[in-house]
Design a binder for this molecule. Structure first.
Ligand SMILES: Cc1cc2nc3c(=O)[nH]c(=O)nc-3n(C[C@H](O)[C@H](O)[C@H](O)COP(=O)(O)O)c2cc1C
Length: 165
């Protein structure tokens, strides 16, 4: 693991995915790339309407320029909040543009929806399977310590899977 370079990429609106991304990055000694919308999300109820609709439609949000190049890393871990049972539009843009060639893993944070098929389309699009089953954390705000422990254990499973491959 020591000689592998990891990048953890994430979008977060209210901080849960950011918390988990930071824990995973810390566990792996990874760099972090925070995806930032070119046009900030509105606050309050409009965020749910606009965010939910654009996510459900599979829209790819415009992003600010990335300050890390995913192609320079041995493995890339990507996280998204669940919006209207879909990946967030920022994730959609990153996924479409990054065209990852290296091993990858995926995680999500949600309020109460277990993300059963959340990443199916994304996985189909690259045509290769993630190095381990996606991590889907539910109610991160209410289960902070457990979510962090689960995320760190999952990060360790990425290393194990890569060592075996
Ligand atoms: C626009 C929008 C839509 C959401 N849709 C869902 C949903 O379908 N299912 C769910 O469990 N949580 C939903 N949530 C809650 C978020 O998935 C949850 O709070 C997540 O932890 C937020 O991650 P973040 O803090 O990194 O933004 C939604 C939140 C927003 C803002």
């Amino acid at each position: 693991m020591k000689d592998k370079r990891f990048l953890v990429v994430y979008y977060s609106y209210t901080g849960s995915t950011e918390l988990i991304a930071s824990e995973i990055a810390d566990a792996l000694g990874a760099d972090l790339l925070k995806l930032q919308l070119a046009k900030p999300m509105p606050q309050g109820g409009r965020a749910f309407a606009i965010g939910g609709l654009t996510a459900a439609l599979g829209i790819k949000a415009r992003l600010q320029a990335w300050d890390k190049d995913p192609s320079q890393y041995d493995a890339v871990i990507v996280g998204t909040p669940v919006w209207a049972w879909h990946t967030a539009p920022a994730f959609n843009r990153f996924w479409a543009e990054a065209k990852l060639q290296q091993p990858y893993a995926l995680f999500s944070c949600s309020g109460d929806t277990p993300p059963a098929k959340l990443f199916d389309k994304a996985i189909q699009r690259v045509g290769t399977s993630p190095v381990c089953a996606p991590l889907g954390l539910v109610k991160v705000e209410g289960t902070r310590d457990k979510s962090i422990a689960d995320a760190r254990a999952w990060a360790a499973s990425i290393v194990t899977a890569l060592d075996k491959s």
